[in-house]
Write a protein that binds this ligand. Structure first.
Ligand code: APR
Ligand code: PHB
Length: 389
């Protein structure tokens, strides 16, 4: 088989890139290790920046998002038994975020692709990348049959554990990493959310987050030890711990119900530089990870594929190589700002075992400053709604 762009991975990065290329008439094939059902079973964050929404609109994939997504103009920061509202809209020149699960974004993009008819090879085994310097191709086995896809470019959209980043020669890349000494225990339940807006809570017992998927479905998280297992937490233990970490007025509004899903996710910051090697371009989690505090993962994937699609479109339409040559530099400039913001949100709101009394006082001063300074709230708002791209 021959195509112009071989896309590795059918997560949000790969599917959105495929949609942007389809719209520009650039032939592409997606190769995915798992089944579509498995890809859709993963529960991830759910806060979309306006720039991400605009890209989904541009590819004609925003109808359900506009119908079911919840537009939020603010978030709450909780500490010292009080809620402090940050007016995102007022502090960002009128911008908002849309609460809509990543799983739903993925489902919508899969449906769009099925309607477009561009090929996706699911359950591809042994995916390997070759000839990155000049004549790239991908090999795989689908339903036991070996296949080879020759292409002009490969887009590595296969997440943190994918084959793309691992195909880079060790001396061609540099990685930057920070792991945090805790994880998030997440729980999804069909109960109305405790609050209209998201609450990020800092508490001596640890961080907690109140989020949602719809007016009848809540998504909650509590900070737990890095090695804790979800199975060790009964639903009752989860609801108790969550309530203890929230201001009393909110805790009283938390409605408990049986969990639909419960899992522990580690927190990590990770960046690969550069995001390009020869004819391979990395996008999304294949190239960088942010801790989920701030919900930047999916939004960074969207800005990456936007830059890459612009480069590819200029290559095919105008024979211009400038966009592709600048891809890594443009994408990394935005990635590092989101890394900084996600690290700052994480550091400001979580309990760190090693911080000690001095660190705790500093953290409290940071929070007091944040909710009393227009400049500090402006910094949070500008980053939370998403820096321009
Ligand atoms: N070959 C083919 N596909 C692969 C391979 C491989 N060797 N390894 C992984 N994949 C697939 C995975 O099964 C997954 O469907 O690549 C896809 C990567 O999807 P994600 O991990 O979701 O990464 P990405 O599309 O970059 O999405 C960005 O935003 O909120 C964050 O971390 C969150 O997933 C999210 C991300
Ligand atoms: C979520 O709804 O899953 C969510 C929301 C905000 C975050 C992280 C996760 O910062």
């Amino acid at each position: 088989m021959r195509t112009r762009v071989a896309i590795i991975g059918a997560g949000p990065s790969g599917l959105l890139l495929g949609a942007l290329l389809d719209r520009a008439g650039i032939e592409n094939v997606i190769v995915e290790r798992s089944s579509a059902g498995h890809v859709l079973s993963r529960i991830r964050a759910g806060v979309l920046e306006q720039g991400t929404v605009a890209l989904l609109e541009a590819v004609g994939c925003a109808a359900r998002l506009h119908g079911e997504g919840l537009v939020h103009r603010g978030i709450d920061i909780a500490f010292g038994d009080h809620l402090h509202r940050i007016d995102l809209h007022g502090h960002s020149g009128g911008r908002t975020v849309t609460v809509y699960g990543q799983t739903e974004v993925t489902r919508d993009l899969m449906e769009l692709r099925a309607a477009t008819g561009s090929p996706t090879i699911y359950e591809a085994a042994g995916v390997r990348l070759h000839g990155l310097d000049s004549a790239p191709y991908v090999t795989l086995a689908a339903a036991g049959v070996e296949q080879r896809i020759d292409c002009d470019f490969i887009a590595g959209c296969d997440g943190f554990h994918g084959a793309s980043r691992q195909s880079l020669p060790a001396d061609a890349v540099r990685t930057f990493e920070r792991t945090y000494p805790f994880g998030w225990l997440g729980m999804l339940a069909d109960v109305p959310p405790a609050n209209d807006e998201l609450i990020y809570a800092s508490h001596p017992r640890g961080f907690a987050l109140c989020s949602m998927r719809s007016p009848s479905r809540s998504r909650y998280y509590v900070q737990v030890g890095a090695r804790e297992e979800a199975e060790a937490w009964s639903d009752d233990a989860f609801w108790d711990e969550l309530r203890r970490r929230l201001p009393e007025e909110v805790a009283e509004r938390v409605l408990a119900g049986p969990s639909i899903e419960k899992s522990v996710a580690p927190l990590r910051s990770f960046v690969t530089e550069p995001m390009q090697f020869g004819r391979l371009y990395l996008c999304g989690d294949a190239s960088h990870i942010v801790p989920p505090t701030g919900a930047k993962g999916l939004n960074l994937a969207a800005s990456d594929v936007h830059y890459l699609s612009e480069g590819l479109i200029a290559h095919y339409r105008e024979r211009s190589e400038e966009g592709l040559a600048a891809y890594s530099t443009r994408a990394l400039a935005r990635v590092w700002k989101a890394e900084r913001f996600s690290w700052w949100m994480t550091s400001t709101l979580h309990r760190f075992p090693e911080s000690g009394p001095f660190g705790e006082r500093l953290q409290r001063a940071e929070l007091d400053y944040l909710v009393s300074s227009d400049a500090a709230m402006g910094m949070l708002a500008e980053n939370y709604v998403g820096l321009p791209f």
